[in-house]
Design a protein around this ligand. Structure first.
Ligand code: SF4
Length: 218
């Protein structure tokens, strides 16, 4: 099965539970969610005009709208060729769950990788049962209760105190699940950071600060 992929790179995971973990990021092209503060707007559309070859994609150095259809075998070949050592794979986007990720996650797991999906939770999540699912709900978007139930962590972006109402509302829909919640200030906003710290302490949640943006890596 081929997936439209925007970029593949090795770095350190900067967000949520796996912060600090060496990771291979696979960024899928396409997202219908359209968050206002999105920092990967170049992934939104999957236009044929921006389709490039596999060879061009693996050499790509900049983040732009170009993408290529790639399958799991090619991904594994590329990881081997580049001699990447990370054993954790983060499948992100865009919104990766507009695609069926069962095949991709299963193939990566067969080769010894631990998979993580980062999703808005607005689409049905299709992946292996061992995949770590990070649901990052967006305010005023339709996060599915099934996504919250499947999640291993909830990474919630915060700009103002009122943003917490939507999170509390979602958590109340899945009362029987013990959720691992991370609050993450949007765009390193200092006021948002204070709100996150305050509420993490009150609720015994955890803080996610987008470490990669502070240490200036991708
Ligand atoms: S779901 Fe993610 S990729 Fe899509 S618009 Fe929102 S932040 Fe951007």
């Amino acid at each position: 099965m081929n997936y439209p992929i925007n970029e593949i790179f090795q770095t350190i995971q900067g967000e949520g539970y796996y912060t600090g973990t060496p990771s291979i990021f696979i960024r899928l092209q396409g997202c219908p969610v359209r968050c206002q503060w999105c920092d990967t707007k170049y992934t939104w559309t999957c236009s044929n005009n921006n389709q490039i070859s596999y060879e061009e994609l693996v050499k790509k150095k900049i983040s732009d709208q170009t993408w290529s259809y790639i399958n799991a075998i090619q991904i594994l070949e590329n990881i081997k060729k580049k001699e990447w050592t990370a054993k954790h794979v983060v499948i992100t986007g865009g919104e990766p769950c507009i695609y069926n990720l069962l095949y991709l996650t299963t193939e990566l797991e067969k080769q010894g990788f631990k998979c993580q999906i980062e999703t808005s939770g607005t689409k049905i999540i299709k992946c292996s049962s061992n995949t770590w699912v990070t649901v990052s709900p967006k305010q005023h978007q339709n996060t599915l209760p099934a996504s919250i139930l499947r999640s291993d962590e909830i990474k919630y972006p915060i700009l103002k105190q009122e943003d917490l109402f939507y999170l509390e509302k979602m958590l109340s829909m899945v009362k029987n699940k013990k959720c691992r919640v991370f609050l993450q200030p949007i765009s390193q906003n200092q006021e948002a950071l204070k709100i996150c710290i305050k509420n993490c302490i009150i609720k015994n949640w955890r803080l996610s600060i987008q470490l990669h943006k502070y240490i200036l890596i991708k």
